[in-house]
Ligand binder design. Structure first.
Ligand code: PMV
Length: 331
């Protein structure tokens, strides 16, 4: 029997991480070079014992085997804790589709998205699993619903997510995102080139988001100002992107990095990579995502991309991705 497959891209935040949690706008784009893929196949009788397993909600599902070799996980659904992101992703599809007895199946997940690097790995896995599984069940979920369900799983990853990761990943489009407001897709009349450097250090997004909240509670005035400035930067960046002058965004990226550093979410390694990119000719550079590890992103002229990429490798980046942000993301 053929596998039902679906994939979802990684993502990179260009402007507004952290301040987006506090209602300010942020800009994120999909990253097609790295992807999560899910494959769902029916278990042939005799291959896997088709025993029935009770779910947390008291319903009964046939055996669902989960294979995620990239994280060394092979398990039956019933044996995973109910608050594991993969069980949540699968159970939320069953619950939404009112599936009482699912056919015995195997959900296999492969991903090239670096883990805990601020590139949307968790959201992409959720989206790919939900799309493949709902197609396997004969009721493909609309993107809007996939996005909403993936948001619920994001809460397991880091308590109070803004919703930007699941949105950009589910729709595979550049977004101007404001928490609690309808999603706005960005017009991209002129493509631009970015180079991403992964520090190779895992970014503890949940911890960093909680730490920023503590700092905000201690000094709300200072933090509200930082958040408002970052929001202003994101609005200006949107205008430059949509007016077809994206290469003018460099100083805004630099400014956003300095605001993030003042929020306390940069690290010496990220600062070094940002500095190396700027010295190698980037138009601007900043950390991206939760910070204190994970990735940074540089805006470059197309002809400077390789030299900036080399400079990032020399400065210790564990992985470098060059990409063009354009109207139709590569899928
Ligand atoms: O998942 P990450 O590391 O890309 O971080 C998400 C961005 C934050 O603004 C820090 C958190 C959020 O939920 O928006």
């Amino acid at each position: 029997m053929p596998a039902f497959t679906a994939s979802a891209p990684g993502k990179i935040i260009l402007f507004g991480e952290h301040s987006v949690v506090y209602g300010q706008p942020a800009i994120a784009v999909p990253l097609g070079q790295v992807r999560a893929r899910a494959y769902v196949t029916a278990n042939l009788p005799g291959n896997v014992p088709a025993r029935e397993t009770p779910s947390a909600a008291g319903k009964v599902y046939s055996t669902v085997t989960i294979e995620a070799p990239d994280i060394g996980l092979i398990s039956n659904l019933a044996e995973l804790p109910a608050d594991h992101p993969l069980s949540r992703a699968i159970l939320s599809v069953f619950e939404t589709l009112h599936v009482v007895l699912a056919p015995a199946c195997t959900v296999r997940i492969r991903s090239t998205i670096p883990l805990a690097a601020g590139m949307g790995s968790g959201a992409a896995v959720s989206v790919a699993v939900m799309r493949a599984l709902s197609a396997f069940l004969g009721q493909p979920l609309p993107l809007e619903q996939v996005c909403a369900l993936a948001y619920e799983v994001e809460k397991i990853h880091h308590g109070t997510p803004s919703g930007i990761d699941n949105s950009v990943v589910a729709y595979n489009q550049a977004v101007f995102f404001v928490r609690g407001q309808p999603l706005q897709f960005l017009q991209l009349p002129v493509p631009f080139t970015i180079v991403i450097g992964d520090s190779g250090l895992s970014s503890p997004t949940g911890e960093v988001v909680s730490d920023v909240r503590r700092r905000w509670q201690i000094d709300p005035h200072a933090y509200d100002e930082l958040f408002a400035s970052a929001g202003q930067v994101a609005r200006q960046a949107r205008m430059l992107i949509e007016n077809g002058t994206p290469e003018e965004m460099g100083p805004l990226m630099n400014h956003n990095h300095s605001l993030l550093a003042q929020m306390g979410v940069s690290s010496p390694e990220l600062d070094d990579l940002v500095e190396a990119a700027r010295r190698a000719g980037a138009l601007g550079a900043k950390l991206s995502g939760g910070g204190r590890g994970g990735a940074m992103v540089a805006l470059v002229r197309a002809q400077d991309a390789s030299q900036v990429a080399n400079a990032l490798r020399e400065a210790g980046a564990a992985r470098v991705i060059q990409t063009i942000v354009a109207k139709k993301p590569k899928s």
